[in-house]
Design a protein around this ligand. Structure first.
Ligand SMILES: [Zn+2]
Ligand SMILES: [Zn+2]
Length: 211
């Protein structure tokens, strides 16, 4: 079983919340504080993205509320990052130094800091930019009523972007520790200048800070 599958099984278990509480009790306080701060920062970013994408607040959700493809894709990248073999930006984010990081369903195993989202860009690949991350459908474009709906889900410090066709849009809402947001309109510019720059999926335009 891969680490992602093991983690998925754990997160879908009815006792998962109790497990997390117990793990928090025995975790080193300093690391826990750092991890909580990173998660809070990441939540601030998704809350900002939610307003820009959909005018709706980011909603709490649980792993079980996400479609299987999105949950496994997210966990696969998260466990690669935790294991230390994910591709990262030159700022070298690492799981043992918790801070907000960004990944994308269309770039598996790549995790970057919020200032390096251009590395997730599909700007030069319009064909890939039109592919649904859920089913692989090549969307004809919003002008044909067949555009990509961008979305983002947050788990701890990780902000995870995806784009879907109309049929694969997750209907994620619940009461868990994850947060999710989706665009209301197909072909909506993706997110903010800081995390999902305007224009296209992961496109680096607008107010993106560069270091
Ligand atoms: Zn970076
Ligand atoms: Zn689809």
């Amino acid at each position: 079983m891969t680490p992602a599958l093991a983690l998925e099984r754990l997160m879908l278990h009815p006792s998962y919340d109790r497990f997390v509480q117990r793990a928090r009790q025995i975790a080193p306080v300093a690391l826990l504080d750092q991890a909580d701060a990173a998660a809070t920062d990441a939540h601030r970013i998704i809350a900002d993205v939610a307003v820009r994408l959909s005018d709706n607040p980011a909603r709490p959700t649980t792993a079980g509320d996400l479609p299987g493809w999105l949950r496994l894709s997210l966990l696969d990248t998260l466990t690669a990052f935790a294991d230390g073999w994910a591709t990262t930006c030159r700022h070298n984010p690492a799981a043992d130094r918790p801070s907000p990081v960004v990944g994308a369903a269309w770039k598996p195993h790549m995790v970057v800091c919020p200032t390096c989202v251009h590395l997730l860009s599909l700007r030069h690949d319009a064909a890939a930019d039109a592919v649904c991350d859920g089913c692989g459908h090549q969307c004809a474009g919003p002008e044909h009523g067949d555009g990509i709906y961008p979305g983002m889900v947050q788990l701890g410090p990780l902000l995870y972007q995806y784009g879907t066709c109309g049929g694969c849009r997750p209907d994620a809402a619940g009461s868990g520790t994850l947060s999710a947001t989706e665009a209301a309109e197909q072909g909506t510019p993706r997110g903010t200048g800081r995390v999902t720059p305007r224009g296209s999926r992961g496109r680096s335009r607008g107010k993106g800070r560069q270091r």
